[in-house]
Design a binder for this molecule. Structure first.
Ligand code: PEP
Ligand code: MN
Length: 362
């Protein structure tokens, strides 16, 4: 394939004074992976400039080969799909909601579906408060095998009823590649949780579908690893990936988890994919959720994911971080107002927002 000006180039800097046989060995190895190489010499140092399809070569750790001093990738678009700012930035449709540029999405609901009545009650309350999508786990990835694992398939018809009663699209987690088909039959978006961000069989399976995927960042993962996990889904053919920052382990912090809000502008700069923030798992405590949600919106998140429970002290999972329906209802207009102030996008400068701002001004 002919290379163009927009293709990335890789420059392999060889060690100063490297002899011809060693240079040839490196060159042949690179060429065997399809590289088209131009050689440059300056004093006693040689440089290989590689053009064309360098994605496979980028994974080879060429900088660790004997005789190589360093490797620099310059210019062009990366061959990676997720890490490509030149792709059109388009909102992703989830049910009747758009996630991405020009809209702001609030996803809310309990950590887990516990029973039908409670689930429908919480769904009705978050819908009335202005949530865009309803969340609730059927299959729960719990740290302890003795903790509540979710109702499993019994929860799926309950989630369907929640959609019927509220009109909100459904977000629920999938843990196992074998369950992708049955869960995507009822869900508008499938969540890949923090613990499964590295479950590559699951990511590949989701790549075979067109269902929107909410991909949460592993709690010990870098943003590079998050983008490469997204790459598994995108490169298998599913373009509908939404990223989610949900807090990471940080040795220096007084808390177990620290919400990495700096990841929001970073991911927006590096990828065309929408970026959500989960201040519930990112804080672990209800009293901190509002502050982190407000900060996430100001940092440019395309939406937030908030756990809500009508009786947090009795919740079967994550009750400590759940907002009550009343607390959630108070937070929603504040988040929309911050969004309107920080990223005004036509859709949100509604009468509701104007009246909230107006109320405060007086
Ligand atoms: C959840 O959303 O309930 C959940 C388990 O999240 P995470 O995977 O981010 O821990
Ligand atoms: Mn949870």
């Amino acid at each position: 394939m002919e290379s163009t000006d927009s293709d990335p180039e890789m420059v392999v800097v060889l060690c100063s004074g490297l002899e011809a046989p060693s240079r040839r060995k490196i060159r042949e190895r690179l060429e065997s992976h399809g590289a088209i190489i131009s050689q440059i010499q300056a004093n006693s140092r040689y440089y290989f400039v590689l053009r064309g399809e360098i994605a496979a070569i980028e994974t080879l750790a060429v900088d660790s080969w004997p005789g190589v001093e360093k490797v620099v990738v310059v210019g062009g678009q990366s061959a990676h799909w997720a890490i490509d700012r030149s792709r059109p930035v388009q909102p992703i449709q989830v049910g009747s909601t758009l996630i991405g540029p020009g809209s702001f999405c609030i996803i809310a609901g309990p950590c887990a579906v516990e029973d039908e009545q409670r689930t429908l009650r919480i769904a009705a309350s978050v819908a009335a408060a202005g949530a865009d999508l309803f969340r609730g786990g059927a299959y729960k990835p719990r740290t302890s095998p003795y903790a509540f694992q979710g109702l499993g398939e019994l929860a799926l018809p309950i989630l369907e009823s929640a959609r019927e009663e509220t009109g909100l699209g459904i977000v629920t987690e999938v843990l196992d590649p074998r369950e992708v088909e049955s869960i995507s039959g009822i869900a508008d978006m499938l969540q890949v949780g923090s613990r499964n961000m590295h479950n590559y069989s699951l990511l590949k399976e989701l790549g075979q579908t067109s269902v929107p995927v909410l991909l949460k960042r592993g709690f010990a993962s870098t943003t590079d690893e998050l983008l490469l996990a997204a790459e598994y889904i995108l490169s298998a053919g599913n373009p509908n990936v939404i990223l989610c920052e949900r807090g990471i382990r940080c040795g220096a912090a007084s808390r177990k988890i620290v919400l990495d809000l700096g990841a929001v502008p970073e991911l927006h700069q590096r990828t065309h994919l929408p970026v959500l923030v989960d201040p519930s798992h990112g804080s672990g405590e209800a009293y901190r959720v509002g502050a982190l949600a407000r900060a996430a919106v100001a940092a440019g998140a395309d939406g937030v994911l908030i756990e809500v429970h009508d009786q947090p002290e009795a919740a079967l999972s994550d009750g400590r971080q759940a907002l009550t329906p009343e607390q959630f209802a108070e937070l929603v207009p504040v988040l929309r107002q911050i969004r309107a102030l920080t990223q005004p996008d036509g859709e949100l400068i509604s009468e509701e927002i104007v009246s909230v701002s107006g109320g405060e001004d007086r």
